[in-house]
Design a protein around this ligand. Sequence first.
Ligand code: ZN
Ligand code: ZN
Length: 356
Amino acid sequence: MPLTRFRAKMEQAGLDAFVISQQDNRRYLAGFTGSAGFLLITLQQQYLITDSRYYEQVRRQAPAWKLVKAGYKTIEALANLLTDLHLNEAAIGFEAEYAPYQQYLQLKEAMPAVRWQDTAHFALELRAVKTPAELAAVNSAMALADEAMTHIYTWIRPGLTEKDVAWELELYMRTHGATAVSFEPIVAAGPNSALPHATPTGRTIKRGDVVLIDMGCVVDGYCSDTTRTFSLGQPHNNRYPAVWQVVAQALQAAAGGIKAGISGKAADALARDVIEAAGYGDYFGHSLGHGVGLAVHEGPRVSYAAADPLPAGSVITIEPGIYLPGEFGVRLEDMAVVTPAGATVITRSPKFDVLA
Ligand code: ZN
Ligand code: ZN
């Protein structure tokens, strides 16, 4: 139970209560998907403070939580509740990273004696390690994205624009079970593929263009994220085949070497060493990957700047890339579950250097 583990962390940190305001964290801890409200978690009780749009939804989604009907005065309702619980001078955790400055001022004004403590990482640390039900949802989201990518392999042809392909992906996923895309799909052709986070344009895809597609969808609240790069027919650029192979090898080296307990930095180095040895170190600017779950970017960090170990049960992406400005870029991205024995890749759509 996430809530039991959350309370254990509160006790360790000497907190009497915790206020959750971030939407994914509300969903994670309470099952509540509404867009507004606070969770108040004490060591014995849990309360959900929200407005009238969500009273019935709370009853359905979060029956174990005490609903506090706040109208539009959620901060006032929280202050009154803390007073009733004799917690108006307590040490209370909150999520500074997600609290707008305006809200922080209001909290301080309404509850001047509370000792607010920034502990936003509590929920994020718990979320990094998935339960079996969460893994099942991630797998469903990944399987649908794989299916969509495989559909694009047979559907794409010269003469379509990047936007056409992005819409076809979105349409496919939304009509086959996704509630949303996990982010706006990236479809980048020719020199546009050298922009790691390109936005689809009206550019027409020509035979011989390098095409980079990065996309994912949401199923049961959980995200997928995958990237494929291929040349549509024989490539124009004669540097492309070698670069594609280096990226594929880097991905393979990382997928083969990652396991629970190694640091994000060590994981990143598994791929980066391959790219540097091939002479492209200057063209791989971003991190190797990131955690995925309710949010498409969450913990753990899989980056050259991350010293923390990757926990068993986390879901990460492995996405090395090489971007040659003005020419083309190649990125390949698989998702994997981190276990003590290694990384179990869950992305199954095939990788083609050339799509005939
Ligand atoms: Zn991606
Ligand atoms: Zn990613």
